[in-house]
Design a protein around this ligand. Structure first.
Ligand code: AMP
Length: 428
């Protein structure tokens, strides 16, 4: 199958050639024909499958050329990073057209976005919150919108955008074509699809939540945080070479500490990207990672969605995501654009359970590797030991409600000193 067999016009075939795509990916083969003919489509596809081009190419082709000043198509995405990424792709595909495409997102002042809207546009790519904000001040006109895309719908719902999505549904014309893309398809997304789409065709390119096949998935258990950092440092020293490494941490503080610690050992730049960072700093970090000026990026889950750097060869999970679907999204950052990648998940003893859930979702155990003998193993500090024990207790209790764990016992013994009324904190 070739792109021209998908009946894309010359302008788009040229742009595809410039992008270096040899042949359409499975989601593109399945989604482009029905989308071209105006049908509603649900696409269950992860990042890395080529889903963005799958909806953008027919959408842009349907728009044809610049017309009117008000947008005729709307793409909604959960994060600024993803909105920018889609914008980047759309500009690439529209290079041989006069279509006007703008991205709107929060975190920056609205002035330049309002100006861009006033100049006229055909396609708007935006986050739901900013769209409502600009609409309510009269800056976006919706009456000509004929195509709507909900990208990463599962993520938009996780981030609590349902009220905004409903509001948007109210203010755009009913007669329109809808496309919904989601990496997973739980019931809540199905309900969203029922509300937004009409007789959709459902397309699935990989079984639900199966990570991209090109990624080699490894695991390694280490006793504590400090030893994990020592391992990452060892890995960078020995294997980074010219590669690009994306490290995931669970919380912003963890991401910052990790980056700060690693930075002390290396003379090249290590950057962090998380929700506390300003918009510009996030964009710059992404751009530098993309260009290769920065080869190590430390990110939290929140920031992970919009990262699209096909050259990322390696992902290290410095801690195990508690939601196994998050794991799939994280490792979707590597092995993109159909290249090979490696994802290493480092767990401490308390994270074994979360790892088991991931293996259940992925459908097979991750490949276990061993730490090098030279790796210094640090003692687990008391507070970290307690945190681990608490987490193990929590997990064990989930499996057996009658379980009385080690941490629980200790607390009971020690509770003598705090059991007198005067010592007890008042209950709220
Ligand atoms: P996506 O799944 O849309 O996030 O796309 C993942 C990556 O694959 C992006 O870097 C795209 O530019 C790239 N890509 C999309 N379609 C193709 C294709 N047919 N051939 C090669 N690369 C592609």
């Amino acid at each position: 199958m070739t792109f021209s067999e998908l009946k894309l016009t010359r302008q788009f075939l040229n742009a595809i050639e410039d992008a270096g795509y040899q042949e359409p990916s499975p989601i593109q083969i399945k989604a482009i024909p029905p989308l071209r003919s105006g049908q509603d489509v649900i696409g269950i596809a992860q990042t890395g499958t080529g889903k963005t081009a799958a909806f953008l190419l027919p959408l842009l082709q349907n728009l044809k050329y610049a017309q009117h000043d008000e947008p005729r198509a709307l793409v909604l995405a959960p994060t600024k990073e993803l909105a920018l990424q889609i914008h980047h792709e759309a500009l690439k595909f529209a290079a041989y057209t006069d279509l006007r495409i703008i991205a709107l997102y929060g975190g920056v002042g609205p002035k330049s976005q309002i100006e861009a809207l006033q100049e006229g546009c055909d396609l708007v790519i935006c986050t739901p919150g900013r769209f409502i904000e600009l609409y309510s001040h009269g800056h976006v006109k919706t009456k000509r919108i004929k195509q709507l895309v909900l990208d990463e719908a599962d993520r938009m719902m996780d981030m609590g955008f349902m009220p905004q999505l409903r509001q948007i549904q109210e203010i755009i014309p009913n007669k329109r074509q809808n496309m919904l893309f989601s990496a997973t398809f739980p019931q809540r997304v199905e309900r969203l699809a029922d509300e937004f789409l009409l007789w959709p065709i459902r397309i699935e390119v990989t079984p639900e939540s199966t990570p991209v096949e090109t990624v080699r998935q490894l695991k390694l258990e280490l006793p504590n945080h400090r030893t994990k950092i020592a391992f990452i440092e060892w890995w960078i020293k020995n294997f980074l070479g010219e590669k690009r490494l994306l490290i995931f941490a669970r919380k912003k503080e963890e991401a910052e500490n990790l980056a700060r610690y690693l930075q002390r050992s290396f003379d090249f730049g290590i950057r962090t990207i998380h929700s506390n960072k300003g918009q510009n700093s996030r964009i710059n970090a992404m751009e530098d990672f993309r260009s290769g000026a920065v080869r190590i990026l430390v990110s939290t889950d929140v920031a992970s969605r919009g990262i699209d750097v096909p050259e990322t060869e390696m992902v290290i999970n410095a801690s195990v995501p508690r939601d196994p679907h998050e794991y799939v999204h994280r490792i979707g950052r590597t092995g993109r654009a159909f290249r090979d990648g490696t994802a290493l998940t480092i767990n401490d003893p308390a994270e074994r359970y979360a790892l088991e859930r991931i293996e259940a979702l992925v459908g097979e155990p991750l490949e276990e590797i061993e730490a090098p003998e030279s790796l210094e193993s640090f003692d687990t500090p008391r507070h970290e030991r307690q945190m681990q024990a608490r987490e193990i207790d929590r997990e064990m209790r989930k499996r057996d409600p009658n379980y009385r764990g080690a941490f629980h016992e200790k607390k009971k013994k020690g509770s003598k000193t705090t059991s007198s009324r005067s010592n007890r904190k008042p209950r709220k």
